[in-house]
Ligand binder design. Sequence first.
Ligand code: HSE
Length: 404
Amino acid sequence: MINVAIMGYGTIGSGVAEILETNKEIIAKNVGQEVALKYVLDLRDFPGSPVEDKVVHDFSIIEKDPEVQIVVETMGGLNPSYPFVKACLLAGKHVATSNKALVAAYGTELLQIAREKEVNFFFEASVGGGIPIIRPLYRCLMGEKILNITGILNGTTNFILTKMDKEGWAFDAALKEAQRLGYAERNPEADVEGHDTCRKIAILTAMATGKEVNYEDIYTEGITGISDVDFRYADKMGMSVKLFGSSSMGEDNLVKAYVAPIMIDRNHPLYMVSDVYNGIMVTGNMLGETMYYGSGAGKLPTASAVAADIIDAAKHVNRNVPMGWNSERQAIAPMEANEFRYFIRMAGQPEERLGSLMELDPEEAVTLEGMDEFAVVTRPMLEADFKELTAGLDGLIKFIRVEQ
Ligand code: HSE
């Protein structure tokens, strides 16, 4: 029998306990022996719950119990999750976490300790919720050079943007609904300002390159600047706006990565990824494009990814599975090195202003009834050139990058 402890009995942790119970026969069959929940670490008690008799409040009980071979970390945040996870690995226990902040901040060190201790530090649930994306990168695509990863990686912002696009909701109402449904992080800023997506694309980029990625090197812009008027233009142009996390791995060993709202047309494979769903496109040099789609947040989908990590750890209980990255730092190019087309909104009427946009080679101007402004989409250009050509441009209201 393999014994598991869960640290943090919130939404995800309770989901993991539920899966271990509901699917115990499937899990035992796949592991080859029973996997049992021994402890739940939390500050609270849960009288009347199925884990009532397993609750402990002292971490050292888990740390010191040699019967506990796998520890699940679903507390979130960095403190005390980081010292607890580190102590578990040092004690020779496998760890499965859903905590992207922990993986993005301390993944390099924790992966190294896991290798030294011949255990595993798994984090499938940290990116894409229930979507298998970490394991495909180190198992199924291990013979590929990964050229590009582009995804809708945050369920909350995708839910908000979908409500704004399809139902005309205001940003605040859509955010409140996302929070009510339990998708949003405790602090909604992490979702809406793009920080959550940034950590996720940093993890995926590190998985793809095998090198440490500092998430602070990645240009990050959230969705708080996107308005209902933008969506009215987008609709007229046959487009939508999605929050992308993207990284391109060039031949020159330089990675171009960013998080930003991107306008895409109806033919783009990620156009149909709506609501709380996530979609991730991975391009390999031999394979071409692949796409991974599913529930990017929520209790049971995310817990399902943790359960898969528990099974993987239980099947490799005496060995470290090679995966992740090392401490060599991956260089990230500045945002100015990326190339986009640009949707721009200009005050005034096209006949007065289009002349000033000639160097941007704009497509036909689009107008909205009753508005003294118009929008165009430019030719593709480097962000550095766009910034230079539009510096001080009279009447520029805003721009949104358009994926080519
Ligand atoms: N707040 C995150 C999201 C949860 O909305 O995607 C999953 O990481």
